[in-house]
Ligand binder design. Structure first.
Ligand code: SF4
Ligand code: SF4
Length: 470
């Protein structure tokens, strides 16, 4: 008796559809080496998830298992380790994002994507500025945030141009200034939910003689997780519009968030391709704009390193945080893919350690420093186990706080830490601090002005330095 072999039906229509969504039909270059699996956190925490196998299924045209109800795609944490590792430049994460776009077209996406997109379409942001947020900002002395011209931004979405779209006039170019001057792209999370971090950024940069120019009309970057997984062409057009605003001012731009940096840096990178640039500019033409590629994108930490310099940071400190053990969390999007981000060596980065040293503290690299925060993973269990291992590693080093540079990682680690403690019955109690808060504190901003009291886990260790204040 012969055993019946399963027959795989190659879905050529699926392969064609995917090839149109992902530039260069990347998966066809996969030779199944498995390098992408080695550093994949989703695979490490769930062996059922495997980017090599996903690429094989793409090659086979196995639409059923990739786009069916048991699709593994939402396990991916969007960490970009596979993009970094692949010797064939397949960029597995970009193939996965293109597959998520297809899932979205079929209505098979998590509800969070709809929530984020709805908020974006109503407000131009993914975290709206409510009257309470506006009052809080005013109390903190922060400038009001200009409303996003929502109709203009919405005109960029979709393949069909609207009959008529509103057009904002270009921003007036600034006359030449003296010293360092940058357009500030604040993103959504920090201005609305963590405004004390914005206080820290503005005060710290002011002391370092960096002029911060607000970017009127900027929308959400848009976010590299949910928005990009809905429609990459929409994502690119909205990001290009934000870059056009900095180009109007004739300035380079800096961000305070790794996600915003990733979106805007990848957009600059992708729009070096003449075909993509032309396609994106035809969307921007709907609102009378053209992307020219004249503004550079930086995260505030590279602005500190490359423009201000460690020496000036050190010289601005009035309360050296001597003896403070600070664990470092880089997160993913600041470093990877390194060819796009150009920030540091993703396998042995230094910029955060050096910045922590510049304010007198002692940086600590814990054994799970490379783990991501898991925000993009749509699985309850996997990010919780990842965070648990990360907190355990920080705890083992006896670090007094965990320093990071991304508000999304902050939200995961501060708000999410209590959930993790409850679930694993282990209370590591690790305060999380955004680097610019730490810098501003070391420069003399009072503890009470930096929003620490609103955190779930407060960095009480900083109190011992208060007496050294100005
Ligand atoms: S690393 Fe690249 S070539 Fe190797 S299995 Fe993964 S996608 Fe394929
Ligand atoms: S982006 Fe990260 S989690 Fe997703 S497949 Fe690549 S390595 Fe794995």
């Amino acid at each position: 008796m012969t055993e019946e072999m399963p027959v795989l039906v190659v879905d050529f229509a699926f392969r064609r559809e995917l090839a149109e969504k992902v530039e260069g039909n990347l998966a066809s270059f996969c030779y199944q080496c498995g390098a992408c699996v080695g550093d994949c956190p989703a695979a490490a925490y769930d062996p059922a998830f495997n980017p090599r196998q996903i690429m094989l299924k793409v090659l086979y045209g196995d639409a059923e298992s990739l786009l069916g109800p048991a699709s593994p795609l939402w396990q991916c944490t969007n960490c970009y380790a596979c993009y970094e590792r692949c010797p064939q430049q397949v960029k597995p994460v970009e193939v996965i994002i293109a597959l998520k776009n297809m899932l979205h077209d079929r209505g098979q996406h998590p509800p969070v994507v709809d929530r984020v997109i709805r908020t974006f379409e109503e407000t131009g942001r993914t975290t709206p500025i409510t009257p309470a947020v506006a009052r809080n900002r005013e109390t903190l002395g922060l400038p009001p945030l200009e409303p996003v011209p929502v109709a203009e931004v919405r005109a960029l979405l979709g393949d069909e141009a609207p009959a008529e779209a509103p057009r904002s006039p270009p921003l007036a170019a600034l006359p030449p200034g003296q010293g360092h001057r940058f357009a500030f792209f604040p993103g959504c999370l920090i201005p609305a939910r963590m405004p004390a971090m914005e206080v820290a950024i503005r005060e710290a940069l002011d002391r370092l003689e960096v002029e911060v120019v607000d970017l009127p009309g900027a929308s959400c970057c848009p976010d590299p997780i949910y928005f990009k997984s809905r429609d990459k062409a929409d994502w690119l057009a909205v990001a290009a519009r934000n870059l056009c605003l900095a180009e109007d001012l004739g300035l380079d731009l800096f961000t305070n968030c790794s996600g915003c940096t990733a979106t805007l840096s990848e957009t600059v990178h992708l729009l070096e391709d003449p075909v993509l640039r032309e396609r994106t500019n035809s969307r921007l033409a709907r609102i009378g704009r053209t992307y020219r590629g004249t503004s550079r994108v930086r995260h505030v930490v590279t602005l500190l390193r490359d423009v201000v310099g460690y020496e000036a940071v050190r010289a601005s400190v009035v309360r050296p945080l001597e003896g403070l053990k600070v664990a470092i969390h880089y997160g993913c999007h600041l470093l990877k893919p390194s060819a796009v981000m150009n920030v540091d060596d993703p396998d042995d980065p230094h910029v955060l350690e050096d910045l922590v040293r510049a304010i007198g503290a002692e940086p600590v690299r814990h054994r799970n420093w490379y783990l991501c925060c898991g925000k993009a993973c749509q699985d309850e269990d996997l990010p919780a186990r990842m965070m648990r291992d990360l907190f355990a590693a920080v705890h083992a080093e006896e670090a007094e706080l965990l320093c990071l540079i991304c508000p999304t990682c902050f939200a995961q680690f501060d708000y999410g830490q209590a959930r993790v403690a409850k679930r694993f019955e282990e209370d590591f109690h690790i305060p999380v601090v955004y680097y610019l808060q730490l810098l501003a504190f070391a420069q003399g901003t009072p503890y009470d002005r930096l929003g620490f009291d609103r955190q779930r886990f407060k960095p009480e260790a900083l109190r011992r330095f208060e007496a050294a204040g100005p």
